[in-house]
Every structure is written in C-alpha cells, then in structure tokens.
Write a protein that binds this ligand. Structure first.
Ligand code: FAD
Length: 404
C-alpha cells in the first residue's frame, strides 16, 4: 500500500485526539489523513451541563478545529456522516463519499431513552452544544413566561432531571447555582421553583463511594434540590412525567422542563455499518479494532470494552476516549510500518463529579476529596484535557482559572 488514507469520523475527545496524536507521529508524506466532523468546532462534552444550565456560555465550551490541527498533515472536512459501509470501505456524508485504507470511528454518544413513552418527544437531553443552548433557553423562557402570565402556573418553574448518574448530578449542581440568578433576573420568588431529580435505581451516582455520594446529596439538598430515588419514569407528556412509586402506584410531576440525563448509547450510524454492535457500541478487540474488520478502529463512546476485574464494561468517559486515541494512533503508525499493534490498557486515575462551580466530590488515585479541593482538581482535569489537544495556547484561551 503506498501512502495509505486514514479517515477519522468525529472530532470529539476520541477522534480529535487521534488526529492530534497522528500529526505528532507521522510526516505529511506518510499518510493522507482526513478528519470529518459535523461542525467546524470541537466541544468539550464534559462541560455541556454548564452550558445547559446557563452557568457557562455555549461559546466557552467550544473551539475551532482548525486551530489545533496542522493543515499540512490533516485535511479537515466539515460534513455530516450519513452512512458507513465497512464491507465496501466507504463512508457517505451530506457533502459526498469517502473511501479509506484505515477508518477510525469516533462519532460519540446519543441519549438512550430505553423506549420510555414520550421521552423522545417531550424531554430535552444534554447531547451537544445546540441541545445545551436549547435547554438553557427553554428554562429561561419558562421563567420569563411565569413572570409575564396573568394567571400563574407554578409548574412552569418545575424542572425534572431524569437520572442521578454523573451527568444528572453535575447538571443539578449547576442548577443549584443558576436558579437564584434566574429568580433575580426574572422576578421569580425562589420558593416557587422546584428541581426534582428522578432516578429508577435505588441509589445516586452508582459506583461512587457512599460517603462521597452522601456529601453530594446533602450539598444538592441544601440548594433546594429534591430527590425521588427508586422511582422510574414510565411516561413523559407535554405536562411532565409519570413516575412509578410502588407496585401499582404512580405519581405525576407537573413540570415545564424535563431534562433526560439517564443513559447514553453509541451513535446510531454504527447500527447500519455492518459491524456487530450492542446499542451502537462495538465490543472492540484488545487493540481497539472492530471484530472482523482489521482496518477499522473504534474510539470513545462508540467502543465497548470489558473491565475484566469486575466483568463490566468500562464507563464511557472522555478520560478513556483520550487514552484510546493514543493507542489507536500508535497502532495506525505500527500498521503503516508493517509492525504489530499493541493492546489498550486504560490507566484509570479516578473521577471527579462537580456540584456547581466551587464544589465537587472525587475519588482520585484512591483518595477521597470533597469541596474546594475537589473543585480545583476538576478544573485541573478540564484544563489538562485542553492541554493534551491544543497545548498551552488552548489552555490560555479556554481554560478554567476561577479556582476559588
Ligand atoms: P464526543 O466527544 O461526543 O464526540 C463526538 C463527535 O462526533 C462530536 O464532535 C460530534 O459533533 C461528531 N459527530 C456526531 N455525529 C456526527 C455525524 N453524523 N457526522 C459528523 N460528525 C458527527 N467524561 C469524563 O471522563 N469526565 C467527566 O467529567 C465527564 N462529564 C460529562 C458531563 C456531561 C454533561 C456529559 C454529556 C458527558 C460527560 N463525560 C465525562 C463523558 C464524555 O463527555 C464522553 O465519554 C466523551 O465525550 C466521549 O468522547 P467521544 O470522542 O466518543 O465523543
């Protein structure tokens, strides 16, 4: 094969990190590298809850892709992928077709509604910059309307957040800070506002240390947030959500805003690609290739990998996506040089869940941290992700420095 063509789909944490790692490892003459992404910007998915709550502007969570890639080595194409056919080695987009010698699929996550009636139609989800902006504007609209209405419907001011996992809790943390600001801005008495977190499972933040979970719940409750745990949402309607509270018992929460943050799946395009998958996630080989397709790598939330220590899949995280990208870039270089690929082994450093701008909980390198210390750690992690992709100039431009 002379001058192989590497096609990378998606410029999220996985796809963009793959591209940036490749541009460090390859010369322009080694390969033709094409990166395709729907937008001309990358967004920090891990900051989207802030844009959705309105505590960070949508502009602050994104940056131009062209500012971090070397155009001598990588051709960037702004296009929406519409189909992947691995048997024919072809990818179609709304701007034309692409062939490849090696393909990297990093098209990210989509919300999973588990077939619950009405959720697709009536709930909002923190899926991308546009969706985050829509949530922020929807909540502001409800507050503005309540203020303006002659006959006031207080349910306009109720926000239901479905899911007490990482995304749900981080979003609630931001709402805890944002609601007092909104009340001031729209002349709304704060006691009229209800924020309810509804969770099907019997616990908050599964997988987190119980002491840290207790800290998070206490902190959020002190901001007025209510928890309804072990009460699955069974239906969403234009008026709110129906939840199951007992064997044959149900309750209805009237709400002007419903945000669904209770599950993710891989990108639907995987399902028609010809690659075996489970809810659009591909159980990858140890070197991150798709089973049966040695020229296709899967990165990030579209990849499924089992943690053999606990016999459960690794959670879909930016931390893992960026580490996978390094392995994939190394393995692509190895294949081009006719060498063997190597296995991916995640180096889990722990996780920090923010509870608003100045509070958080974390389990980092086996140490439990809370409060300001955890919040500073979260910002260091956020800045490190920027550094890994765009170096110091990107950290200076987009980094979080409001530490206290
Ligand atoms: P993404 O980062 O989602 O990137 C996918 C890219 O593909 C995007 O650029 C998208 O525009 C593009 N794309 C999608 N469809 C198409 C198409 N058809 N055509 C062209 N381009 C397309 N993880 C952590 O490690 N720590 C955290 O603290 C954390 N917090 C989170 C908070 C929130 C609110 C959310 C939503 C997620 C959080 N995560 C966190 C998870 C993390 O964001 C994901 O695991 C990570 O984004 C996955 O990276 P990815 O590259 O697979 O996908």
């Amino acid at each position: 094969m002379n001058r192989p063509k590497i096609l990378i789909l998606g410029a999220g944490y996985g796809g963009l990190s793959t591209a940036v790692n490749l541009q460090k490892k390859l010369n322009a003459s080694d390969a033709d590298i094409v990166l395709i992404n729907k937008n001309d910007y990358h967004y920090e998915s891990t900051w989207l809850h802030e844009a959705a709550a309105g505590t960070l502007s949508p502009e602050d969570v994104r940056y131009d892709i062209k500012n971090v890639i070397n155009s001598d080595k990588i051709q960037f194409v702004q296009a929406a992928v519409t189909g992947i056919d691995v048997a024919a080695r072809k990818v179609s987009t709304d701007k034309g077709e692409h062939t490849y010698d090696y393909l990297v699929i990093g098209l990210g996550f989509e919300g999973e509604t588990f077939g619950i009636e009405g959720l697709d139609k009536y709930a909002l989800s923190i899926a991308n910059v546009g969706a985050a902006r829509q949530i922020r504007e929807h909540i502001e609209y409800q507050f503005a309307m309540w203020s303006q209405d002659e006959v006031k419907d207080d349910s306009r001011l109720t926000i239901v957040v479905g899911g007490a996992g990482f995304t749900g809790i981080e979003f609630l943390g931001e709402l805890g800070n944002r609601i007092p600001e909104l009340c001031k801005e729209f002349d709304v008495p704060q006691e009229k506002v209800r924020v309810v977190c509804v969770e099907a499972a019997p616990m908050v933040l599964p997988g987190f240390d119980p002491e840290l979970v207790e800290y998070a719940v206490r902190h959020l409750e002190s901001k007025g947030i209510e928890f309804s745990i072990g009460t699955p949402v069974v239906q969403a309607t234009p008026e709110g959500v129906k939840i199951k509270t007992g064997e044959e018992e149900f309750d209805f929460i009237k709400a002007g805003t419903v945000v669904w943050a209770a599950g993710v799946r891989g990108n639907r395009l995987i399902e028609s690609s010809g690659i075996e998958n489970m809810r659009a996630r591909v159980k990858v080989e140890k070197d991150m290739r798709a089973p049966g397709f040695p020229d296709v790598f899967i990165v990030g939330d579209c990849a499924l990998m089992i943690n053999e220590e606990v016999n459960r899949p690794y959670p879909p995280t930016a931390q893992i996506a960026m580490q996978q990208a390094e392995t994939i870039a190394d393995n692509l270089v190895a294949l081009i040089n006719g060498e063997d690929t190597h296995e991916f082994h995640p180096k889990l450093k722990g996780s920090v869940c923010s509870l608003g701008e100045h509070d958080a909980i974390g389990d980092v390198m086996g140490r439990k941290i809370t409060g300001t210390k955890a919040s500073i750690m979260k910002k260091i992690i956020d800045n490190r992700a920027l550094y890994m992709i765009g170096g110091a100039p990107l950290v200076m431009k987009k980094g979080k420095f409001n530490l206290l």
